[in-house]
Design a binder for this molecule. Structure first.
Ligand code: PLP
Length: 302
């Protein structure tokens, strides 16, 4: 399928009716739709309750990075919020359809959205949205980060799983509010801290900290999203012979690191140049390596 009338950089929408099984009316499981026309019903539970799950996938020079891990994490998030089991084959095909329909650009951001659907229908609503990625070049040179209290302990997965720690749900209003608070405080991004005093993650990113040859991130069982980017980076670092580990860190331990980054699939590796009032060294060469790993373009990486 082609979209010959699509202007070069306009977003692409693929509407997916078969995300949780073939459509009952025998129609195709997904189709291209107009990205600039209304599609979603106001009675969809994502509109009334923010009830759904999603993924953001980076596509570099036309190739999606970590597509399978992203879709597996989507399935896990769906399971955590008790949505019907997802058909990952259909979703993978729909993602490819969106990439193919978009004008070729160096960096594309593809969102896969699955909601609980229209109230009472019992059928999830799903779509893929592909658009040219934001320009992250300034962030890739260094960001100022403030620590903010998340108001949750690292024991949340054990004590209060209904808070959905580690699920990528569509209720990101709190994460976005924290990002606005960072801007109010003159910073670019946030590092959430638990009530028991440990660094967790950013509102849309995973923490990576380097002390010499030892690279550390937050344990997933502390209630953070298990990142696809950190998994790719750890694979390369491990192959280099470095020590990689999941361990709780205090803000002081991060501030005294040789270097630290916030990792995510679209912005990639953003070096932390300042954490609250402490300046950190930005290692431009290492950042370039991490970015190339996360673009799926580093020799030996996926
Ligand atoms: N943590 C949170 C809360 C996120 O929203 C994200 C990504 O959006 C990440 C971490 C990083 O995940 P990934 O590396 O898979 O993009």
């Amino acid at each position: 399928m082609t979209q010959s009338s699509t202007p070069a950089h306009s977003p692409v929408l693929v509407w997916v009716t078969g995300a949780a099984g073939a459509p009952a009316d025998g129609s195709e499981s997904f189709r291209l739709a107009k990205a600039d026309e209304p599609q979603l019903l106001v009675t969809d539970l994502v509109a009334t309750r923010g009830d759904g799950v999603f993924e953001t996938i980076g596509v570099f020079d036309g190739t999606p990075v970590n597509l399978d891990p992203h879709l597996r994490r989507l399935a896990r998030s769906a399971e955590l919020v008790e949505l019907p089991a997802l058909d990952l084959t259909v979703l993978a095909q729909a993602v490819q359809e969106a990439i193919d329909a978009h004008a070729p650009v160096p960096e594309l951001t593809v969102r896969v959205m699955v909601t609980r659907g229209v109230e009472g229908s019992g059928t999830p609503t799903a779509w893929i949205h592909a658009r040219t990625a934001d320009d992250w070049s300034r962030c890739r040179e260094g960001i100022a980060v403030v620590t903010l209290d998340r108001g949750l302990s690292t024991t949340v997965p054990r004590t209060s799983p209904w808070l959905l720690p580690g699920a990528k749900t569509l209720s990101y209003a709190v994460n976005m509010a924290a990002t606005r608070e960072a801007v109010r405080r003159g910073a670019d991004d946030v590092l959430f801290v638990s009530t028991d005093g440990y660094c967790l993650e950013g509102p849309t990113s995973t923490l990576l900290v380097q002390h010499g040859d030892t690279w550390t991130t937050t344990p997933a069982d502390a209630g953070v999203l298990p990142g696809t980017s950190i998994a790719s980076v750890f694979e390369v670092l491990r192959a280099e012979g470095a020590t990689v580990r999941e361990e709780l860190m205090t803000p002081d331990q991060v501030a005294s690191a040789d270097a630290a980054w916030l990792l995510s699939s679209s912005r990639l590796a953003a070096p932390i140049a300042r954490l609250d009032d402490t300046r950190l060294t930005v290692d431009a060469q290492r950042t370039a390596q991490l970015i190339s790993v996360l673009k799926g373009q580093y020799p030996g990486s996926r």
